[in-house]
Design a protein around this ligand. Sequence first.
Ligand SMILES: Cc1ncc(COP(=O)(O)O)c(C=O)c1O
Length: 255
Amino acid sequence: MATYPYFDAARNGVNFEQMVATVAQIPAGDVLLLHGCCHNPTGSDLTPAQWSQIADLVAERKLLPLIDFAYQGFADGLREDAAGLLAMARPGCELLVASSFSKNFGLYNERIGALTVVAATESAAQSALSHVKQAIRANYSNPPAHGAAIVTTVLSDPDLRAEWEGEVAEMRERINTMRHLFVETLNEKGVARDFSFIARQRGMFSFSGLNAAQVQALRDRYGIYVVGGGRINVAGMTEANMDYLCAAIADVLQG
Ligand SMILES: Cc1ncc(COP(=O)(O)O)c(C=O)c1O
């Protein structure tokens, strides 16, 4: 397994030039793992134009994209969040999508998701199915059934589906509202550092740019827990704790 550059801490965004330069060297037939939306841990997603450029490279170099799709509906919408992977779904191109229903159905402890395989030909689809069955047999043989039954029930009933879509939208809007409120509240607290990138990012997580000493100070002085590399869980922010959080960050940034 090899990696490609993705995040540029200096600009708090995707280092697209380096990503493209590396992807352009990947040998034909290799699998390219991409996050469909709400990139974990950085919060930085590709733009539609960047997705299309990566899709061109994937087609040109005959790579097999594997889209890790764990947060569908958490960025801009259930359909909107699939735009990147749909850019890869071109006639004759093959594609693997690993969807998780842990977050968007709140079914973390049911271990439920779905693998979508797009094959170029009918016979390739049959071969893929037989490989998938073998992998299943060797890994877990028989999946837990209840999560799948819940997802199937919800998605096949128009009323339940509409209710679920509304709840996912509520989650998405709440997280995006918290992102904006976080930036505004830091400004109100007199923080000079530019955190506006947090409002442009999407999903449950963002790299805050806080260093190890600041992360430790937040824990020691305020009982606020940020992952060592500075990754914050945006979904943990609420209107009630925002003032405390931002005052604490303003304090630790002063040293
Ligand atoms: C990008 C990404 N993929 C997959 C997962 C895990 O999905 P699951 O709970 O379905 O194993 C996570 C987080 O838990 C994630 O952030």
